[in-house]
Design a protein around this ligand. Structure first.
Ligand code: SAH
Length: 218
């Protein structure tokens, strides 16, 4: 790995190790998720001017009014989605700069991610090429509709806040599959929906803050 990948100073492996310690302290327990968070260099996904802050537990601007999610939020959502299972197919709604998709690529065999802002697609693809992530396909589409082409999915994670659960996402869940998404407007509740033979089981968890899910493509 060259220096930009491995990082120096505030982007070094040591800084990332501190992020891992913080995630553990914040309650993330899934070792598969923690290993994935340790594997993916978050500083590659933010502008160089912000890279010294890449391993702080904060969201950061990625352009077009959008943000890269906090490390804790990414880890928490993937831990909830995985629920200790091996994941074959994962769908992410809201690729942004591609960070969460890259982390997902370490816990799922195939990852599909949809984004409605075209320049962010280009950015995400470039970032993932740079760290050689082979199993993520990024699609330019309205994620409100999910991505029927590759359904069903074992997990669906949505990185933008919806006012209600889009029906299409439920129908694209595999039996036993889990959808994790923030529901609400100003502030939201992190929500898990599990597809069981008895129906869809909803669980509301902590309050979170995401950018809104918008309809259509930009
Ligand atoms: N997953 C990113 C977070 C991106 S922020 C990360 O790893 O940090 C949320 C993203 O959702 C934004 O890029 C926004 O453009 C996108 N988004 C919002 N509504 C959408 C929709 N209907 N379909 C697809 N993407 C959407």
């Amino acid at each position: 790995m060259n220096q930009r990948f491995s990082g120096i100073g505030m982007t070094s492996q040591r800084t990332r190790a501190r992020m891992l310690e913080r995630l553990r302290a914040q309650g993330i327990k899934d070792e598969v998720v923690l290993a994935a968070m340790n594997d993916i260099p978050r500083h590659i996904f933010v502008d160089e001017a912000l890279s010294s802050r890449a391993y702080e537990d904060i969201s950061l601007p990625i352009g077009f009014g959008q943000t890269i999610s906090q490390p804790y939020t990414v880890a928490r959502m993937i831990e909830l989605a995985r629920a200790g299972r091996d994941i074959h197919k994962a769908l992410e709604i809201g690729t942004g700069c591609g960070y969460q998709a890259a982390v997902l690529s370490r816990v799922a065999k195939e990852v599909y991610s949809v984004e409605r802002i075209a320049p962010l697609i280009a950015k995400a693809r470039k970032n993932m090429r740079e760290i050689r992530i082979p199993n993520v396909k990024v699609k330019y589409a309205d994620g409100t509709l999910g991505l029927a082409e590759f359904a069903p999915y074992d997990v669906i994670v949505m990185a933008a806040a919806a006012t209600h659960i889009p029906q299409e996402l439920l129908s694209q869940l595999e039996m036993g599959g889990r959808l994790v998404l923030p529901i609400g407007t100003e502030t939201q509740k992190l929500t898990v929906v599990e597809r069981t033979p008895q129906g869809f089981q909803h669980t509301e968890l902590e309050q979170v803050k995401f950018v809104p899910l918008l309809g259509g493509i930009a």
